[in-house]
Ligand binder design. Structure first.
Ligand SMILES: Cc1cc2nc3c(=O)[nH]c(=O)nc-3n(C[C@H](O)[C@H](O)[C@H](O)COP(=O)(O)OP(=O)(O)OC[C@H]3O[C@@H](n4cnc5c(N)ncnc54)[C@H](O)[C@@H]3O)c2cc1C
Length: 390
């Protein structure tokens, strides 16, 4: 780890990060640890947008779509890095990140769902992730709160979880201790761009911050940032997710492992708190919690874990997943624009991908091209073929 550097007295940095969610904080932390001077700016409080809502599952296979192969492989790399990453961030910050290595049970209620579990198992096996098929009696021995309606279960021993709110605090402290300046309550009003080169950002206060490289980690708001050269734009849209945070007054014990089912999941925090998620809705920048959303969440969860009805509702929340057309993140430099790096589009996996987000962004800062599956250039339309008439 480099010695802490004092960059607080200047408005010119090696790296400027716009956005202080898990993506921006992972980049600020990794860039500061690489010895660069870093300033991060968020218009609100750190980690209070989508990251504040996330359940914190680290579930590369059971959360994946088989068609999204590159994302699946990146998720697996990230999941395997998580134990070391958690230790490193905890050491750097002196704060817990809430990693729980308990594994998960994926449960099916009927034949169709059981067939879907078989597909997940085959997908995992093809990637070297073994998941054991459990008959209902064994599943209920592991998790006695499961209802007799369970027809089949998969044990996913590598699916863990973390607490995103703790992670935010630890990444921020780790970044600060490595010398990063974290500024909150300041909105980036646009990027400073001239002749294909980005050299910093304008704040709404009128101030300008300069940097050799600007990392854009503005989550679901990434497509709306003013001043971007056309070649640098990325098609990120918000995908709404509603979620309930529940609490057992009696303390922990209802569930030990994450339980996933068609359309949802219950993630135990280990202290009597549970996260029940999540809806997936294309509704623009709408973060209203609706009766329909809450009903949808509870309907399935109660059928599988009836004890959920006894839990207190602590919070009902909605967040906006930053989502690209192929559901994969955008991590790297756009072609033809200097001084700019994207770290956005993490959709349902921003917490899982935290270790590789920082790493790939530092690689981009070092001048490496992004893996093509995550490059901003994949969204740039190829010029139409020009027909040559002889
Ligand atoms: C219900 C739900 C459950 C989820 N569960 C999981 C899960 O279990 N596991 C998992 O891996 N992922 C999960 N996710 C996905 C995860 O939450 C996201 O992928 C991740 O939080 C995105 O992080 P981010 O930093 O890109 O965005 P955000 O956390 O939204 O951060 C973006 C930041 O940019 C700031 N910003 C935006 N515009 C500007 C501007 N102009 N100037 C200054 N600041 C600006 C915002 O204030 C915000 O703080 C879940 C998401 C939802 C909604």
């Amino acid at each position: 780890m480099p010695a802490k550097r004092d960059h607080t007295s200047t408005d010119t940095f090696d790296v400027l990060v716009a956005g202080g969610g898990v993506a921006g904080l992972s980049c600020a932390y990794a860039a500061a640890c690489s010895g660069r001077s870093v300033c991060l700016v968020d218009r609100g409080e750190l980690g209070r947008a989508t990251t504040h809502v996330a359940a914190g599952m680290l579930a590369p296979v059971t959360e994946a779509d088989p068609g999204e192969r590159a994302l699946l492989e990146l998720g697996l790399v990230a999941a395997r890095r998580w134990p070391d990453f958690a230790q490193e961030v905890e050491r750097a910050s002196g704060q817990d990140v809430g990693l729980r290595s308990t594994g998960a049970l994926v449960v099916a209620r009927d034949r169709d769902e059981a067939e879907a579990l078989e597909r997940v198992r085959a997908l995992g096996a093809g990637l070297g992730v073994e998941m054991e098929r459990l008959l209902p009696s064994r599943a209920r021995r592991l998790e006695p709160a499961l209802a007799p309606t369970v027809r089949l279960a998969l044990h996913a021993p590598e699916d863990h979880s973390t607490d995103p709110r703790l992670l935010v605090g630890a990444l921020a402290e780790g970044a600060r201790r490595a010398g990063a300046v974290l500024r909150t309550g300041e909105e980036v009003a646009g990027v400073v761009a001239d002749a294909g080169r980005v050299s910093g950002v304008h704040l709404s206060s009128g101030a300008v911050l300069h940097a050799i490289d600007t990392v854009l980690a503005t989550g679901a708001w990434s497509a709306t940032l003013p001043g971007l050269p056309d070649a640098a734009r990325v098609p990120v849209r918000p995908v709404k997710g509603q979620l309930l945070r529940l609490r057992d007054r009696e303390g922990p014990g209802l569930l030990e492992r994450t339980v996933r089912f068609a359309g949802g999941y219950l993630v135990p925090r280990g202290d009597g708190r549970y996260v029940l998620g999540a809806t997936q809705e294309d509704r623009g920048f709408d973060t209203q919690v609706t009766a329909g959303g809450v009903y949808e969440l509870l309907r399935d969860a109660v059928e599988l874990v009836p004890g959920v009805l006894e839990l207190e509702v602590e919070e009902a929340l909605a967040g906006l997943r930053p989502t690209t057309p192929d559901n994969a993140p955008v991590l790297g430099r756009p072609e033809g624009v200097e001084g700019l790096v994207w770290a956005t589009g993490h959709h349902r996996n921003g917490i899982l991908l935290a270790p590789v987000t920082g790493e790939l962004v530092v690689r981009a800062l070092d001048g490496h091209a992004p893996p093509p599956a995550f490059a901003p250039a994949r969204f740039v339309e190829a010029p139409a073929n020009v027909e040559v008439i002889a």
